[in-house]
Ligand binder design. Structure first.
Ligand code: TEU
Ligand code: CA
Length: 546
């Protein structure tokens, strides 16, 4: 980690600790469960782990509601367990990114417990309070991301407090310099322990101006991020990735431009939201549209081609499983999962793998609302049913896009609950664990896991994959994603069939010729002739000298 942009050739693996591995049989994944599997991750080849929140929390939002930033949730372990994990990871050259959740705290954070007591409490101004409107209702119509008003009434003082997520996640007031100072001290405390950086939760939402109804991308956002950089990150060679649903190709460079001194990169979600309904969002998503997807991916490749840096991801703990969302889990599970990995990992940027993606885990198959655990899904269920949606319709939407799809336990082997726990898991395992699990993947050289391992290794051995210039072809083709990456005299041609149909196409003159196949999910191809037939979900990359 001594070189400046050491993370350019690394691949990050996201762990959702609650669902990764339970080491003590209480049904909840924990830190020791992660430490026990570091060799597994080392074999895969990843350079960094992003740990979803591990801090003390009442778990209203599975840890995205923190009640003590400098302690570990008891169900996950202790600070000692964390230090052991950090040390064991370091021995294997794996860095740890912590999840920095500082847009809000838990309502059980001591700051909020104080703040809610009285208007003159010293912590009052750590949060955002407003008087009711004339009718006693919320001060304005801002809505929470999890449904319902973004304001909750606090009877003790007769005011409302602001929360962009659940009512148990009050928003911090970043305009208060004391708040910022506390956060920077806390960040330095973790950085001094030797973590490799932070993933920053909803970082685009910290600088809100609630009276003007501005929540994302507020006017002081970049001032705060530059201050944060000065106070914590400068002089440390760490990686930071900010979650920014509002980021556009234009605004992204403000976060991650080389001379900005803010973040290394952002997660942007345009490829995710282009699939959602204008009105109902993800609860009613549109059919898959490859042309639209390619256009978004290409746009971002160009936008950050010469400055800034892209993050590359298909999924995370908030999104459906990639193979369920864009692939074919029935007939072409292995082919589509490996095709999707190929298409993403050979783009320019830093790839993020969400736990279980490397073995092709699929969406949950819940039939009843009682099987869901996610606060967002449960809130939305209540609101949509009140608004007249049928239970069947809601469950159909949730089956596609509920956040719980990605949160079922990691499938290690064919033992009960996929070997995740010897107890009862906090959320039901996907019943397909006898077929889809780590053991079965490790045994088979052609498995999804081995394909991911090869992609991760390629990024480390081929500079053209890290730095090559991107160019897309056949933008309007409804089945194929074709692009090249070029660096000096080396060019990689990537061709991926996103459909279950066989597709024959004419290779453009300039791309024809012999080469070395870097990776393929059928058999290796040595030459791009004038016509190429792509089988269902076939994908390969050919390295050519030009
Ligand atoms: O997510 C932010 C966020 O906007 C999503 O939860 C979004 O609302 C949802 O996926 C779209 O319907 C981050 C975390 O990743 C998420 O897990 C947390 O719940 C949220 O912030 C609050 O901390
Ligand atoms: Ca446990």
């Amino acid at each position: 980690r001594s070189e400046k942009n050491w993370w350019h050739s690394a691949t990050v693996y996201q762990i959702y600790p609650r669902s990764f591995f339970d080491s003590n049989g209480d049904g909840i994944g924990d830190l020791r469960g992660i430490t026990l599997h570091l060799d597994y991750l080392k074999k895969l080849g990843i350079g960094l782990i992003w740990l979803s929140p591990i801090f003390k929390s009442p778990m209203d939002d599975n840890g995205y509601d923190i009640s003590d930033y400098q302690d570990i949730a008891a169900e996950f372990g202790t600070l000692r367990d964390f230090e052991e994990l950090l040390e064991e990871a370091r021995k294997r050259d794996i860095g740890i990114l912590l999840d920095l959740v500082v847009n809000h705290t838990s309502d059980e954070h001591p700051w909020f417990m104080e703040a809610r007591k009285s208007e003159d409490n010293p912590f009052r101004n750590f949060y955002i309070w407003r008087d009711p409107d004339q009718d006693g209702g919320p001060p304005n119509s801002l809505q929470s991301s999890f449904g319902g008003p973004a304001w909750s009434y606090e009877p003790a003082t007769g005011q409302y407090y602001f929360h962009q997520f659940s009512r148990r996640q009050p928003d911090l007031n970043w305009d208060n310099p004391e708040v910022r100072c506390e956060i920077y001290n806390m960040m330095n405390w973790w950085l001094d322990k030797g973590i490799a950086g932070f993933r920053m939760d909803v970082i685009d939402r910290i600088a809100k101006e609630v009276d003007s109804e501005i929540t994302a991308d507020g006017p002081r956002l970049h001032e705060y991020l530059q201050e944060m950089h000065r106070e914590t990150l400068a002089e440390r060679n760490v990686l930071t990735v900010g979650e920014a649903w509002s980021a556009t190709p234009g605004s992204a460079l403000l976060y991650c431009g080389e001379d900005r001194n803010e973040l290394s990169m952002v997660f942007q979600f345009e490829h995710v939201t282009q699939q959602w309904d204008q009105l109902y969002g993800k609860w009613r998503s549109k059919p898959f549209d490859l042309v639209a997807l390619k256009s978004v991916l290409g746009k971002w490749q160009h936008a950050l081609a010469n400055d800034g840096w892209n993050s590359l991801f298909w999924g995370n703990h908030d999104l459906p499983r990639v193979v369920s969302n864009y692939g074919d889990t029935a007939g072409y599970h292995r082919e589509s999962a490996t095709m999707l990995a190929t298409a993403l990992h050979l783009l320019k940027g830093t790839p993020f793998i969400y736990q279980g993606e490397e073995i092709g885990m699929t969406n949950a198959v819940f039939q009843r609302i009682e099987q869901y655990r996610d606060v967002e899904t449960l809130n939305m269920h209540r609101l949509h049913i009140e608004a007249g949606l049928s239970v069947e319709e809601f469950i159909a939407g949730a089956n596609r896009n509920s956040r719980d799809n990605a949160r079922t336990p990691m499938q290690w082997n064919s033992a009960p609950h996929g070997g995740f726990t010897t107890g009862t898991p906090w959320i039901e395992s996907n019943p397909n664990y006898p077929q889809i699990n780590v053991n079965q993947n490790l045994r088979d050289d052609r498995s999804i896991w081995n394909h991911y391992r090869r992609l991760i290794a390629l990024r480390k051995s081929e500079p053209v994959i890290v730095y090559g210039t991107y160019q897309g072809y056949f933008d309007q083709h409804p089945n194929l994603y074709v692009y090249t990456r070029t660096l000096g005299t080396r060019r990689v041609v990537i061709i991926a069939n996103f459909t279950a149909e066989s597709v024959t196409f004419t290779v453009p003159n300039e791309l024809r010729g012999r080469g070395r196949c870097l990776i393929s999910n059928y058999e290796n191809i040595k030459e791009l002739e004038s016509g190429v037939t792509m089988r269902p979900f076939e994908a390969f990359a050919v390295l050519q000298q030009i």
